[in-house]
Design a protein around this ligand. Structure first.
Ligand code: SAH
Length: 361
């Protein structure tokens, strides 16, 4: 961020109007600027051609316009998944994934540079947390991908690097901006936010009037097994986390997605499936099984396909809705911080992500 300058892309229209009034400008200028930023998605104040030259100059003096720079692009040879490595204004690096589905185009965005949650199987957490992403930097991942691919994005999953509930204020602001009808105007129903289960922000989130699909990274059917895979399970019991999910469903009417990454010998036995079935029995939810993506820093192995299918069969006996996630872009390391990590490990000046690039079947 240019020092001292304000991040204009993170302001709501209301706030922008107040800013403009304080500058002695007319309120309608705010609507014009908001349109340039979030509808036309321009990268420079000089392109705001319906503003007087003097105002454009003044804006550039007071505000910074956050634009992400493409560092690297990997296109899958198997499908149309494209993974982008972007540099933030301070040259930290994040990754985002563009996926094409029959129902529309989706982008998986990062919410933090790095992550401090420490999940054992995840590459995004290996270098710890660098910093939170600003609302503008979350928006930019979508805006830039639209520009770079020439495709409209209709769906967003906040499932890239980072824990969105650990960057709560910026996440909520991002959601308000991306769904603003005067900007990108994305439907709130087309957005999924994935969390490892931070209970207090999850409860607060249920009250925001932002009924996204909430995905909970469960990965184990009991506290003991969950603690082995996810340090966050030492902070919150499974009971507390599931209660927060039930509360979210009650308040928003949105069915919870439980994500369960299957790790050979860790959480993929018949007994595990039974225990999970009992835990979720009669809940209005959906379980997404993800064969874990092995990362080179850990020796976790993917469950055999037979185990995955058996796991699903057992859950279905409990009348639970189950899908198995097919990895899109597996050939480009589209999963879980792998591209960023390999970039950080290499000699590139900049560096990055998570459970992305996935489709259900
Ligand atoms: N912090 C959030 C969102 C990012 S991770 C969360 O924990 O939900 C997105 C999903 O990918 C999570 O379910 C995460 O547990 C999963 N994931 C991370 N690394 C993975 C790997 N190597 N294989 C499979 N799933 C992984």
């Amino acid at each position: 961020m240019e020092t001292g300058k304000k991040d204009i892309k993170s302001y709501t229209l209301q706030e922008l109007s107040e800013e403009l009034l304080t500058m002695g400008e007319k309120k309608f200028r705010a609507a014009q600027i908001f349109d340039w930023l979030h509808k036309s998605q321009v990268t420079d104040f000089s392109r705001m051609t319906n503003l007087p030259e003097t105002l454009r100059k003044r804006l550039a003096e007071v505000y910074t316009l956050v634009v992400l720079r493409e560092v690297k692009r990997l296109s899958s040879a198997q499908d149309e998944t494209v993974k982008f490595l972007f540099a933030l204004p301070d040259d930290k690096v994040i990754e985002s994934v563009f996926m094409k589905y029959k129902h529309g185009n989706s982008v998986c965005i990062s919410s933090q540079a790095g992550c401090r949650m420490g999940c054992r199987f995840c590459a995004s957490t290996l270098g710890g947390l660098e910093r939170n992403l600003l609302p503008s930097e979350m928006l930019e991942q979508i805006y830039r991908i639209q520009e770079l691919t020439g495709e409209r994005v209709s769906n967003v999953v906040v499932m890239g690097t980072g824990e969105p509930m650990d960057n709560y204020g910026n996440l909520v602001r991002f959601l308000r901006l991306i769904t603003d009808a005067k900007g990108q105007g994305m439907s709130i129903r087309n957005i999924t936010v994935s969390t490892c289960g931070l209970v207090e922000p999850m409860r607060r989130f249920a009250e925001e009037g932002l009924p996204v699909t909430l995905a909970l990274s469960l990965h184990a059917p009991n506290d003991e097994a969950r603690r082995r895979l996810m340090p966050v399970a030492n902070r919150y019991s499974l009971e507390e986390v599931i209660a927060a999910c039930d509360n979210y469903f009650e308040k928003t009417g949105r069915r919870i997605t439980y994500e369960y990454s299957l790790v050979a010998g860790e959480n993929d036995t018949g007994a595990d499936a039974d225990e999970l079935g009992k835990l979720l029995y009669k809940k209005n939810c959906h379980v997404n099984l993800i064969p874990v993506n092995p990362i080179k820093e850990r020796d976790y192995r993917q469950s055999s396909f037979k185990n995955v299918l058996n796991f699903r069969k057992t859950l279905e006996k409990y009348n639970i809705n189950v899908t198995i996630r097919r990895e899109l872009g597996a050939d480009i390391g589209a999963a879980c911080g792998q591209l960023r990590k390999s970039h950080l490990d290499s000699d590139f000046p900049a560096k990055n992500s998570c459970g992305t690039g996935c489709e259900q079947y």
